[in-house]
Each structure stands twice: as C-alpha cells, then as structure tokens.
Design a protein around this ligand. Structure first.
Ligand code: DLL
Length: 433
C-alpha cells in the first residue's frame, strides 16, 4: 500500500519546484542556530537566500563525521535542549558515540518516513512485526517501532539476541514481518533450520532489513531460508536513522523520502556533484530536521540515483543498493577489494555456509588476503581431495572477480562468529604487525 500518495506519487515538477525552497529553509535554520554552519556560509560570503539553484547549494562545504565528534555532544544542535525529546547515537564501537537529537516534530516526521517504508515493503496494519534490532542508542529499533505503530501494525519489541526465544515468539505470536540486520536474519534462519523448523511452520512473509548491506545472492538466501520477500532500507544516525529511503516490492532501488532528504552523489576525490545514474559517494542534506540539521553530510556510502519511473507507481527517485563504504574498501597489493565482491562469489556455492571472514595481514611490505570460508556441514570434513578441489575452485573464482590471489581457508561448520547486529566481515591485522 502507498502510505502517503500525495508525497510518494507527486508529479516530478512538485519536487523540482520545491527542493530549492526546502534547502533554503533548512540552511536558514542551521545558519541562524548553529555557529558551525554560520561560519561555513560566512567563509564563502553566502546567505541561505543566495541559494537559487542546486549549483549554488553545491558551493557549501561538506559536513563530515569528525565535525560531529569535534562538536560532541550538543555543539551542532539547533534548538534549546528543552525542545529535544529523544537522543540516539551511532553504532560505532570505539571512543565516544555520535550523539543526535530529535524534537517532537522530528519524531513525527521520523514515524511518517518509516510508515512510508513499511507501505513500500508491502506491510500494512494487518501485520505483526518483530523487531530484532537492539533497542538502545542505535536508531534502528526505536525508529522502525514508531513507524510500524503509526501504520497500525502490531509490534513485538524483542530487541536483538536470544535467538531461540525470537523463534518461539515468532511462532506463537504469528509474526509476519521480521525487522533486523540481514546478517542476524541469516543467523535466525540457521537456528530455525537447526531446530527442525521449516518456513511453512511460521507466518513470516516479509523482511525489512537494514543497518548494513547485503548482496542480491544473500537476499535470495534470506528469501529461501525464511520463506519471505526480503526488502531493505537505508539511513544513518547522523541524518535521522532508518527512514531515508526503502525498497518497494519491485526490489529495484530504495525510494527516497525526498520531502525530508536531499541526496547528492559526488565524486569522492574531487567533491564534484555527479548526474543521476553515476556512481559515487552519497551526500545527504536534511530538509526538515529541527534538532540537528545536517547540511551536505558525506556518508562514505557508495551508490547512485535511479531517476526513471518505478513500476510500483511511486514517482520518488531511488537510491540504488549501497555498493560498499569507501572506508570498507581494502587496498591489497594495490588492488581495491570490497567485502561485497567476496560475498558475491561465496554465497550460493555448494557445500559452504553464507558466513565468512576476510583476514588481511602484512609481512614486510607485502599484504595478503585470507578468506575464511565455513563449510556448511560435516560431510566433507574427512574428504581431503574434495576439500582441496572446493578450495581451488573458490580461489579461482575469487581471482577472476578480484584480480588478486586470495588464500582460501575452509573452516569447520559454525566456527565463524555469528552476529545479532551488524556483522564484522573484515579482520584487518596490518596495523598490528
Ligand atoms: O544503521 C540506521 C539504520 C538502522 C538504517 C536500521 C536502516 C535500518 P548507523 O548505525 O548510524 O545507522 O549506521 C549507518 O550503516 O552509513 C551505512 O554504511 C550502513 N547502512 C545502513 N543501512 C544500510 C543498507 C543505521 N541498507 C551506516 N545498506 C550507513 C548498506 C547500510 N549499508
């Protein structure tokens, strides 16, 4: 169902006419209330009202993650603390988190954006949604919860972990939508099979996955193992959390909530804005955020914009599946390697499980990549020549995709750590030599 037809199916001219006005308004709010943005505009002699075209807007310097760290905790807030009703933070593992805030109106907008995403994914008020993201500073769980409730769905706030209980609730309460990271969903599917369940034993029909990417092959695995249609959605704490964009059932790019976010794609090296369809770094500007507006925030995520009409009837532009993060990219012997390239080779290969780990080491000046691949079951453990053939065939495939020799190490079933949140797929030991 289309939650907000007026906004999601508006004529393109509506967005073309209003985007500049919305940008001006958001920049004005930031300029008037946050010294950081006032300095940014003053340094180029620009006032918010000088933004007459998208090219004018592109003259404003980018905002980056360290700007949030440098202004920790409240330095980028644009409203007095008493107007802030909620705090969230980034999922970073080391150091101080990034802190973001929401006013009452921000919370309303957030629920609205998520309700649209639920509709896009094919959810409705009839659904029972199990949230298996961790509740806490992470934006995923609370964000999805309030939007699902706005839609009228029934929410089960399970949080992450305790997988057997997740399955019990899923079965007993008749869960129809699973909300989690794709890697946790895969783990849930594994435990489901171990316990002798089949997808048909559950009412599950839809996955709303996000917080990290997954390849198309991984999507197929999730759909088959859980008996669902798997959709994904994208966002980041700095600009709201989930709610920026989400896939419709066509599964071909994520519809952007264009009345709340303006997305540019830039060339990471030159900073130049690229046309629709060209791949580069995603830069997001919030159009309505009150508590902490973000102007031209560099996400480090790599994607492109799909502007043609979607078969679902929505007219909003779409963000293609995130291709990786520029800081996920490994450079090994001068070759660029994204974990997603490795995943695209591994997933679906016979005899191996979808869990893997990339280990990068350095000896002297030479880097090497080892790909730890887990055997699906014990059946090959004693068969030396078959193991050797499997290893060789994976290594050849990796060579043709990566253009690099990677050592493939087959490891025992269940020996790679499972995750209930965002998976860590790379162990880079180069700094430790
Ligand atoms: O992960 C917000 C979120 C929660 C989005 C739940 C969707 C669902 P952060 O913890 O700040 O916020 O992490 C943001 O996660 O810059 C991407 O690198 C990555 N990410 C999030 N969703 C996707 C996705 C949330 N669908 C960072 N595909 C972002 C690929 C994603 N990467």
């Amino acid at each position: 169902m289309i939650w907000n037809e007026k906004m999601e199916c508006a004529d393109r001219s509506f967005y073309e006419q209003n985007t500049i006005k919305w940008l001006q308004k958001s920049v004005r709010h930031a300029y008037d209330n946050v010294a950081f943005y006032k300095d940014k505009l003053d340094s180029i002699g620009m006032l918010p009202e000088d933004i007459k075209t998208l090219a004018d807007f592109a003259k404003i310097d980018f905002t980056v993650k360290t700007d949030l760290r440098d202004n920790y905790p409240y330095g980028l807030f644009a409203v007095p603390q008493k107007e802030v009703v909620r705090i969230h933070g980034s999922s970073g593992t080391t150091g101080k988190p990034i802190i973001v805030g929401y006013t009452k109106q921000d919370m309303d907008h957030w629920s609205e954006c998520i309700a649209r995403l639920v509709g896009m994914a094919g959810g409705s008020a009839d659904d029972v949604a199990q949230i298996a993201f961790g509740f806490g500073l992470f934006t995923g769980a609370f964000g999805l919860q309030q939007g699902l409730e706005k839609m009228g769905a029934m929410v089960i706030p399970m949080s992450s972990g305790n997988t057997e209980k997740q399955l019990m609730m899923m079965k007993d309460l008749g869960t129809t939508i699973l909300v989690s990271t794709p890697s946790y969903a895969l783990y849930i599917a594994e435990v489901m099979a171990e316990q002798g369940y089949k997808p048909a034993d559950f009412k599950l029909r839809l996955g709303m996955f996000g917080g990290e990417g997954h390849t198309e092959k991984m999507r197929t695995q999730l759909e088959e193992r859980l008996g669902i249609k798997a959709t994904e959605n994208y966002g980041l704490s700095e600009v709201m959390g989930p709610g920026v964009c989400g896939e419709c059932i066509e599964q071909d790019g994520m519809h952007i909530n264009e009345d709340h976010f303006y997305i540019e794609i830039i060339d990471s090296d030159t900073g130049e804005v690229l046309p629709d369809g060209e791949k580069g770094e995603v830069v997001i500007t919030t159009l309505t955020k009150e508590a902490i507006p973000m102007i031209r925030y560099r996400t480090r995520d790599i994607s492109y914009i799909i502007a043609d009409k979607c078969a679902c009837g929505r007219t909003t532009k779409r963000l293609a599946k995130i291709q990786g993060r520029s800081d996920d990219m490994l450079i090994i012997k001068g070759v660029n390697v994204f974990p997603s390239q490795v995943e695209s080779v591994l997933i679906g290969t016979e005899h191996i499980s979808p869990f893997y780990l990339l280990v990068v080491t350095r000896k002297g000046y030479s880097d090497s990549l080892e790909v730890r691949v887990e055997l699906a079951d014990e059946s090959l453990l004693e068969k030396f020549s078959e193991l050797e053939n499997l290893e060789k065939s994976i290594s050849n495939k990796l060579h043709s995709v990566l253009g690099l020799d990677a050592k493939v190490r087959l490891v025992e079933p269940k020996s790679i750590e499972r995750t209930t949140g965002k998976a860590k797929k790379v162990l880079d030991l180069r700094g430790e030599a």
